[in-house]
Design a protein around this ligand. Structure first.
Ligand code: AMP
Ligand code: FE
Ligand code: ZN
Length: 281
């Protein structure tokens, strides 16, 4: 229930992703591109040809007091969500940002051009760091996406430029205004070390209307060094927390084409049943 097409920073088209999802015998599938609904809209139009249940989706960038906090929106009325200027604003901000990242990388001597990046972005509307990572591989500056992030693109590295985003409260409101469901993706990537402090942040997100948590996620792709203790303690906390607060539980591979594998994250049967019931499938 969490994947990216080439309308944002994934490699594959919505159609290709649908074919993979069918092959992997997924029960529920969603394309959740960063800050754009174009790919998920196309997928929705052809979803009847497949045997899985398709949910429209999006992953919207947000930040609260310096804490990067993406919010997933599911089952949205795409036409409603597209209204207003919020999504266009973040897409435009992303386009301005890639010029700055490029400048930063050029200033430390890397020979990348705007064309190199544009080639990676293709006709997508949400350019981001993975496009730089792929261009850096193509130019033989690095061997892998992870290496590109470690050396050049992660926070604190020379290419890093902060994204202009909204507050999570605004993003949740946008999702709700389009009749969607707001879910917190990969919660253990939030930059709060202490699990009880993370729980307090969940309370804040809940007070803003958060509906669910993505508990089932493979953290090893983006954070290969995540401590086992954090995974164990964090997952236990989230299971308890979602039970206590009656939150929707989801899972996803966050498949981008070159990170992860579609269908690799296994979700317990009762969670799948909960989702089927929640979305009236
Ligand atoms: P951006 O949207 O430009 O800030 O880039 C964030 C995206 O980069 C995330 O959605 C992931 O797809 C990807 N990403 C972030 N960190 C890593 C990493 N260490 N390895 C691989 N991909 C990453
Ligand atoms: Fe991404
Ligand atoms: Zn994602």
């Amino acid at each position: 229930m969490h994947s990216h097409s080439n309308f944002s920073d994934g490699i594959f088209s919505p159609l290709e992703l649908m074919e993979f999802a069918e092959k992997e015998k997924l029960i529920i599938f969603s394309i959740t591109d960063h800050d754009t609904l174009e790919g998920t809209e196309i997928a929705k139009e052809i979803a009847n040809n497949y045997s899985f249940f398709y949910l429209t989706g999006i992953e919207i960038s947000a930040r609260h007091e310096g804490l990067k906090t993406e919010i997933l929106g599911y089952n949205l009325d795409v036409a409603k969500a597209k209204m207003g200027e919020k999504l266009t604003y973040v897409q435009d901000a992303r386009k301005r940002r890639i010029l700055k990242i490029l400048e930063n990388l050029n200033s430390i001597g890397l020979e990348l051009t705007l064309e190199d990046i544009e080639r990676q972005v293709g006709s997508g509307s949400s350019p981001g760091r993975p496009h730089f990572a792929r261009a850096l591989i193509e130019k033989n500056y690095v061997k892998s996406i992870n290496e590109a992030f470690e050396i050049y693109l992660a926070e604190g590295r020379p290419g890093y430029v902060r994204r202009e985003t909204f507050e999570p409260a605004e993003v949740i409101e946008l999702i709700h205004s389009a009749n969607g469901v707001a879910v917190l993706p990969h919660p253990l990537l939030i930059d709060i070390v202490n699990i009880s402090e993370l729980e307090i942040y969940f309370d804040t997100l809940l007070s803003w209307g958060l509906d669910g948590i993505e508990i089932y996620y493979n953290y090893s792709h983006v954070t290969p060094n995540i401590p086992q203790r954090r995974l164990k303690k964090g997952t236990e906390m989230m299971k308890k927390y979602s039970r206590k607060n009656d939150l929707l539980i989801t899972g996803g591979s966050d498949f981008h084409g070159d990170t992860g594998k579609l269908g690799e994250v296994l979700v317990p049967t009762e969670v799948v049943e909960g989702l089927l019931e929640y979305f009236n499938f």
